[in-house]
Design a protein around this ligand. Structure first.
Ligand code: 13P
Length: 258
């Protein structure tokens, strides 16, 4: 079965000292964690202090972004090999804030996905529709394009290390979580897309996680859905207590105990 995944996307928050403190709290509170994969995604500068604070813990370390080339004249960018060297194992690609605030497109995201896999990083590929796209009934079209174009031309080995995070943009940071029923429908749609793009076993093995205003209070209902394999958590991942409660709920409902 699919191992549930919970990611904490710290976004552009926390000083290095605060990141180390939060990581140390997670190391303590999630001691003995089993059967749920947990990763935190600090800002680049906080990766090293978080790594040191998590040493010996089952909590993994991720990056929020990476460049599509391995090295070269790309001022301000960070590459996959650099992240590997820093002890990073996961990378978020195509987060809505990078698509809609920074202006990344599906082609850029596809290149980043392949670069991350080239460096052996597990990819959390984010997709999701804007409020106006939802209102106009275009959710499935938008998500289909995002998933298809990101996975276009990828090999089975590349796809093996990919998780898809469905993050409806209208739910991110708004307190307006998608209903479990709505999220389940889109997750099911995404899994069927993967079945079409790749094959049945790939679709059945791929983890599709939900993001957007996840809290300790609403995670139980979400994780009870058949096609929801975990969550990508923003705001609630900045407090060890709230994040730990989310992880524990998922472990109890889907992971066989933690
Ligand atoms: P919030 O949990 O703050 O809504 O953020 C979700 C998100 O963007 C995770 O990547």
């Amino acid at each position: 079965m699919r191992v549930p995944f919970i990611g904490g996307n710290w976004k552009m928050n926390l000083t290095r000292a605060q990141a180390a403190e939060l990581a140390a709290g997670l190391r303590r509170d999630l001691n003995g964690l089993r059967q749920v994969e947990v990763a935190v995604f600090p800002a680049f500068l906080s990766i090293e202090p978080a790594r040191a604070a998590l040493d010996g813990s089952a909590v993994r370390l991720g990056a929020q972004d990476l460049h599509w080339e391995d090295q070269g004249a790309f001022t301000g960018e960070v590459s996959g090999p650099m992240l590997r060297d820093a002890g990073v194992g996961h990378a978020i690609v195509g987060h809505s804030e990078r698509r809609h605030v920074i202006g990344e497109n599906n082609e850029t995201i596809r290149k980043k996905l392949r670069a991350a896999r080239r460096s052996g990083l597990t990819v959390v590929l984010c997709v999701g529709e804007l409020l106006e796209e939802k209102s106009q009934g275009f959710t499935k079209e938008v998500v289909e394009k995002q998933v298809t174009q990101a996975l276009e031309g990828t090999s089975p080995q590349e796809r093996e290390g990919v998780l898809i995070a469905y993050e409806p943009v209208w739910a991110i940071g708004t307190g307006k979580v998608a209903t479990a029923d709505y999220a389940q429908k889109i997750h099911h749609f995404i899994r069927n897309l993967v079945r079409r793009i790749a094959d049945g076993p790939t679709a059945d093995a791929m983890r599709v996680i939900y993001g957007g205003s996840v809290t300790p209070e609403n995670i139980g209902e979400l994780i009870a859905q058949e096609d929801i394999d975990g969550a990508l958590v923003g705001g609630a991942s900045l407090k060890a207590d709230a994040f730990t409660r989310i992880v524990r709920t998922v472990a109890e409902r889907k992971g066989g105990g933690a």
